[in-house]
Design a protein around this ligand. Structure first.
Ligand code: EPU
Length: 431
C-alpha cells in the first residue's frame, strides 16, 4: 500500500527532483482527501454496507480505514473503492491510531450519533501551528451532549433531551471544517431540528452532507453559513463518489505554471477553485477552463501577487505554500498573509535554502522574486510545505532532494508517477 508508514523502511524514502524539464500532458485528479476522511467516518452511522468510490490511496485514508476496523467495522478496499459495514461499533477510538492523524477526530460525531458516546484522544501538537478542538467540543455541548476531557481523552456522552438546538460554530479564525462535519454527523440522528450557524462552507462539507443525505439524513443548506438538520431515527447504507481534490488539482496547476509547456487537469471541479484560478490569471498565467478540465502553462511575463488566505470561498490555506514556491521565482515583490494558520510557514526557510528571498513578518511572507532557484537538499515538514518544495524543485537548476517524503504521501496520490508522466525528472529512492 502506498505510503503505509507501517513498513519500517518507508520513513527513509526521499524524492529527487531535477529541474529544467518542460512538463506536457494530462493529469487525472484524484478524489479529495479532505472529503474522503469524514465520509469514511460517516459510514459508522449505519449498520448497513456503504460503498465509497474515488477514495485516494493515501496514508491518511489508510489510517482512517484502520480506525474504522479497530472500532469494529468490516472494511474492504479495492482500487479506489472502499466498502464499510459497521454492524457493531465500539465507542472508544484507540490512541495509537488516533495520534497519527489529526483528522481522526471526525469519528467523534458519528460515534456519538450511533452509540450515544465517544471517547477519542485529544489530538497532539501540529506542525502547522496550534490546532485546538474547542469549537468541536463547544458545538457538541451546545447540541446538548456532556463533554469532559480527562487523561488526554475527550469523552462525549449523549444526555436526555439532547437535540433541537441552535449551535454556533464560528471561532476567531472563522468557522471550522472538521468541527462542522462532526456536528453535522452527530446531529443527523438526534431528535428535533439542529441549526448550525457559522458553518464552514467548504465543498468537502457539502460532499459529506450529500453522502449523509444519500444515507437518509435530512440536511439543508450545506455549502452555506447556515445548515439545518432534521434528526431521523436511523440511516441506511449508501453509495457515493468523492469529489475531486481541489488542492491536488491546484498543486498540479502550479507545477504547470512553473514548468509547463501545457499541463491539463482532467476530472476536476473548476468551480471549487475560483479564488486561486483568479490569482493565477491575475499573475499573468494562461489558464483555460473547459468543462471539468483546466489547462495551464508557463507565462511570458509573470508578475507577483498579493494573497490573503481565507475560509472558502476565499483563497485556501492549503494552497498557500505552493503559491509561495511559485512566486519565489516570479519578478517583483509578492505578499502572502496567512490568516487561518498564522504559523504555517515551515516551507519558507527550506525555499530560502534553494536561493529564494522570502522574509517573514509575523503571519506575512514578503517574497522578492529571484530569476531562478537552485536545487538543494531540503526537509519536508508537513503535507503542503512538502508539495511546495517539489514544485520549487521542478523550476530549480540542478537536483533538489526532498527528505521525509511520508508527509507528501499523506495527501498526494502517487505524486511521483503523475509528475513523471508529465515528463518531470523525479525519482523516489531509499535514503
Ligand atoms: N479552530 C479553532 N478551534 C477548533 C477548531 C479549529 O480555533 O476547535 C481554528 C483553527 O486553529 C484554524 C481555523 O479554526 O485557525 C480553521 O481550522 P479548521 O478546524 O477548519 O481545520 P480542520 O477542519 O482541522 C481542515 C483540513 C485542513 C485545512 C483546514 C482549513 C481536513 C482533514 N483538514 O482542517 O487540511 O487546512 O480545514 O481549511 O479536512 C491539509 O489538507 O493539508 C490540511 C491541513
Amino acid at each position: 500500500m502506498v505510503g503505509d508508514p507501517h513498513f519500517p523502511d518507508y520513513f527513509m524514502h526521499k524524492l529527487l527532483v531535477t529541474g529544467g524539464s518542460l512538463l506536457e500532458g494530462d493529469v487525472y485528479v484524484s478524489g479529495s482527501k479532505n472529503s474522503a476522511l469524514p465520509i469514511l467516518a460517516a459510514t459508522l452511522l449505519t449498520r448497513d454496507q456503504c460503498v465509497i468510490h474515488r477514495v485516494p490511496d493515501l496514508s491518511d485514508t489508510n489510517y482512517m480505514t484502520q480506525i474504522l476496523a479497530s472500532l469494529g467495522a468490516h472494511v474492504e478496499r479495492a482500487s479506489g473503492t472502499v466498502m464499510v459495514e459497521a454492524e457493531d461499533v465500539k465507542s472508544e477510538a484507540p490512541y495509537d491510531l488516533v495520534r497519527r492523524m489529526r483528522a481522526s477526530i471526525c469519528v467523534m460525531g458519528p460515534l456519538l450519533g450511533r452509540t450515544g458516546e465517544a471517547m477519542v484522544s485529544l489530538p497532539g501538537g501540529c506542525v502547522i501551528g496550534d490546532r485546538p478542538v474547542d469549537l468541536h467540543l463547544r458545538g457538541l455541548e451546545q447540541l446538548g451532549a456532556s463533554v469532559s476531557v480527562q487523561g488526554g481523552n475527550m469523552h462525549i456522552k449523549a444526555v436526555e433531551g439532547m437535540g433541537g438546538r441552535e449551535v454556533n460554530m464560528r471561532g476567531k479564525h472563522g468557522s471550522t471544517v472538521l468541527g462542522t462535519d462532526n456536528l453535522m454527523m452527530a446531529a443527523v440522528l438526534v431528535p428535533g431540528t439542529t441549526v448550525i450557524e457559522g458553518a464552514a462552507m467548504e465543498p468537502e462539507v457539502e460532499d459529506l452532507a450529500n453522502f449523509l443525505i444519500r444515507m437518509g439524513a435530512k440536511i439543508e443548506g450545506a455549502g452555506t453559513r447556515r445548515i439545518v438538520i432534521e434528526g431521523v431515527r436511523e440511516l441506511h447504507g449508501a453509495e457515493h463518489t468523492v469529489i475531486a481534490d481541489r488542492i491536488e488539482a491546484g498543486t498540479f496547476l502550479i507545477a504547470g505554471a512553473i514548468a509547463g509547456k501545457r499541463v491539463t487537469l482532467r476530472r476536476c471541479c473548476p468551480e471549487h477553485m475560483t479564488a486561486f484560478l483568479k490569482t493565477l490569471t491575475d499573475s499573468g498565467y494562461p489558464v483555460t477552463v473547459e468543462g471539468d478540465s483546466i489547462t495551464v502553462s508557463r507565462a511570458d511575463n509573470p508578475r507577483g501577487g498579493e494573497i490573503r488566505t481565507e475560509p472558502y470561498p476565499g483563497f485556501p490555506t492549503d494552497m498557500q505554500a505552493q503559491f509561495t514556491a511559485l512566486y519565489a521565482s516570479v519578478p517583483g515583490i509578492s505578499v502572502i498573509t496567512e490568516t487561518i494558520f498564522p504559523q504555517r510557514f515551515m516551507h519558507v526557510p527550506e525555499l530560502n535554502r534553494m536561493g529564494a528571498q522570502i522574509t517573514l513578518e509575523g503571519a506575512t511572507a514578503v517574497i522578492k522574486g529571484v530569476p531562478q532557484l537552485s536545487g538543494a537538499p531540503v526537509m519536508a515538514s508537513d503535507l503542503r510545505a512538502s508539495a511546495a518544495l517539489v514544485l520549487a524543485g521542478l523550476g530549480a537548476e540542478g537536483e533538489t532532494e526532498i527528505n521525509r517524503l511520508y508527509h507528501i504521501d499523506r495527501g498526494y496520490e502517487h505524486i511521483d508517477d503523475k509528475l513523471s508522466r508529465l515528463g518531470a525528472n523525479v525519482r523516489r529512492v531509499k535514503a
